[in-house]
Write a protein that binds this ligand. Structure first.
Ligand SMILES: Cc1cc2nc3c(=O)[nH]c(=O)nc-3n(C[C@H](O)[C@H](O)[C@H](O)COP(=O)(O)OP(=O)(O)OC[C@H]3O[C@@H](n4cnc5c(N)ncnc54)[C@H](O)[C@@H]3O)c2cc1C
Length: 383
C-alpha cells in the first residue's frame, strides 16, 4: 500500500518535494494557506551560482552541487511533461568589483571556487567589452575595477518554474488544498497531527515546507526563533531586447535580463519582521546601482517592484530532516538566499528519507534543532 504524505507549503521547496515524492509512488497532498507558488519563491530572482558536487566538502556546497547537477534534467523534464518552460539558461555570471574591499572579497571567493574546481577567470578589458558591450561606459569611467567571468552560472524564471512544478505535480496525481491555513501541530504517542479547517488530522508522513512561516506553525516544536525573515526588494524594468546576457553581480546586488527584455534589479537585506512591502529609498538605490552599471537602462520602462521574505537560519544551514522524537514529521525550510537553487536537492533528500534510502550526501548539518539559538528547541511532547 502506497504511503500518504501531506506537504504543508507550496513554494519551490514544497512543490519540488511533492513532485519528487509523487514520482516515487507516494500519495501526496499539498496544503497552502494561499495560492501555491506565490510566497517567497515567486519573489526570487532565480540565480543559480556555480557549484561542483564532486569537489565540494562543506555541507551546503554539497547540497548546492547536488541541486546544480540535477537542475538541467529537472527543468527539461518539467518542460517536456507540462509544456511550461522554466527558462533555465546557463548564461554565465560576471562578478564586478570596484572598491578595495570588493576586490579583496572577490579574490577570496575566486580562490574558494578554484579549490572546488569551479571555473572562474579574471577578464581583460577586451574580454569584458566582448562579453558585455553594455558595460563599456561603466568600465571606462571606473578606475581600478576588476571583472571575473564564471561560465557555470544559471538563471531560471522563478514564476514559470513554480507554475511548471505545480502543473507537473497535478499530472502525477498530487492533490492541492489552497487557501487552507495549517494553524497548529500536536503530537500524540510520538506522531504529529496538523490542524486545519478546525479539525485535527494525521497521515503517514507530514512535511513542513512553509518557508519563513515554518517556526510559527507549531508552538509545541519551539522552533519559532529558528528562522528569521530577511526582506529583499526587487525592481523590474523592461527594454525592447535584453541589454546583458550574463548575470551581472556586484556585492549582494545583481542585474539579470530575460530573453524578452524584462530586467531584474536586486536586492537588499533588511529585518522587517514578517512585513512585506517596498520602500522608495531601497528602490531608488537599486535603480541608481543599475544605471551606474548600465546607463542605457535610463530609458527602460519601470514595470513593477516587489519584496519577499528570505527564510534565514542562524547557522546558515537549512533545516532538512525528521523532527527528533516525532515519527511522521519532517521539515525542509530555512533556505535563505538559495531556496530556488537548492529545491531539487532538498526534494531528493526528503524523498530519500521518507523512502528509507540513505541520502547521497551527508545531512547531519541540516538536522532540526541545531538552528534554534541556544538549541532551545525540543520535540513536541505527547499531549
Ligand atoms: C528578493 C529575493 C531574491 C531571491 N533570489 C534568489 C535567487 O536568485 N536564487 C535562489 O535560489 N533563491 C533566491 N531567493 C531565496 C528563495 O526565494 C527562498 O529561499 C525560497 O523561495 C524559499 O522557498 P520555500 O518554498 O521554503 O518558501 P516559500 O516560497 O515562501 O513557500 C512557503 C509556502 O508555505 C505556505 N505557508 C506558510 N505557512 C503556512 C501555513 N500555516 N499553512 C499552509 N501553508 C503555509 C506559504 O503560503 C508559501 O506558499 C530570493 C529571495 C528573495 C526574497
Amino acid at each position: 500500500m502506497n504511503k500518504a504524505v501531506t506537504v504543508v507549503g507550496g513554494g519551490a521547496i514544497g512543490l519540488s518535494t511533492a513532485w519528487e515524492l509523487s514520482q516515487r509512488g507516494f500519495i501526496v497532498t499539498v496544503i497552502d494557506k494561499g495560492v501555491t507558488g506565490r510566497g517567497t519563491s515567486w519573489a526570487g530572482a532565480g540565480i543559480l551560482p556555480p557549484a561542483n558536487l564532486k569537489n565540494s566538502y562543506d555541507p551546503i556546497d554539497r547540497l548546492r552541487g547536488l541541486s546544480h547537477t540535477l537542475f538541467p534534467r529537472w527543468a527539461e523534464k518539467l518542460k517536456a511533461d507540462t509544456g511550461i518552460d522554466p527558462e533555465l539558461k546557463r548564461c554565465g555570471g560576471l562578478y564586478l568589483a570596484e572598491s578595495a574591499g570588493e576586490i579583496a572579497a572577490m579574490s577570496g571567493m575566486t580562490e574558494y571556487w578554484h579549490e572546488m574546481s569551479i571555473e572562474c577567470n579574471q577578464l581583460t578589458a577586451d574580454e569584458i567589452l566582448d562579453r558585455e558591450p553594455a558595460l563599456a561606459r561603466w568600465w571606462h569611467e571606473t578606475s581600478n575595477a576588476s571583472v571575473w567571468h564564471v561560465p557555470d552560472e544559471y538563471q531560471l524564471r522563478s514564476p514559470r518554474y513554480l507554475q511548471a512544478l505545480a502543473a507537473a505535480c497535478r499530472q502525477s496525481g498530487v492533490s492541492f488544498f489552497e487557501n487552507t491555513d495549517v494553524t497548529d501541530i500536536r503530537c500524540l504517542n510520538g506522531n504529529a497531527e496538523i490542524q486545519y479547517e478546525g479539525h485535527w488530522r494525521t497521515t503517514d508522513n507530514i512535511v513542513l515546507t512553509s518557508g519563513v512561516w515554518t517556526g510559527q506553525i507549531a508552538a509545541s516544536l519551539e522552533l519559532e526563533l529558528s528562522i528569521v525573515p530577511i526582506r529583499g526588494q526587487m525592481l523590474l524594468l523592461k527594454t525592447a531586447s535584453p541589454l546583458v546576457k550574463n548575470v551581472i553581480n556586484m556585492g549582494q546586488r545583481y542585474i539579470l535580463a530575460r530573453e524578452d527584455g524584462h530586467t531584474l534589479i536586486g536586492s537588499n537585506e533588511e529585518e522587517s519582521g514578517f512585513e512585506l512591502g517596498t520602500t522608495d529609498s531601497v528602490l531608488k538605490s537599486l535603480l541608481e546601482f543599475a544605471l551606474h552599471l548600465l546607463p542605457e537602462l535610463k530609458s527602460a520602462e519601470q514595470v513593477k517592484a516587489w519584496s519577499g521574505l528570505r527564510p534565514m537560519t542562524f547557522d546558515g544551514f537549512p533545516m532538512i530532516g525528521r523532527v527528533p522524537g516525532v515519527a511522521n514529521l519532517h521539515i525542509a525550510a530555512g533556505h535563505h538566499r538559495s531556496g530556488l537553487h537548492l529545491s531539487p536537492g532538498t526534494a531528493v533528500l526528503i524523498a530519500d528519507m521518507l523512502s528509507e534510502k540513505i541520502p547521497d550526501i551527508p545531512v547531519d548539518a541540516f538536522q532540526i534543532r541545531k538552528q534554534q539559538p541556544n538549541n532551545a528547541a525540543r520535540s513536541c511532547t505527547n499531549t
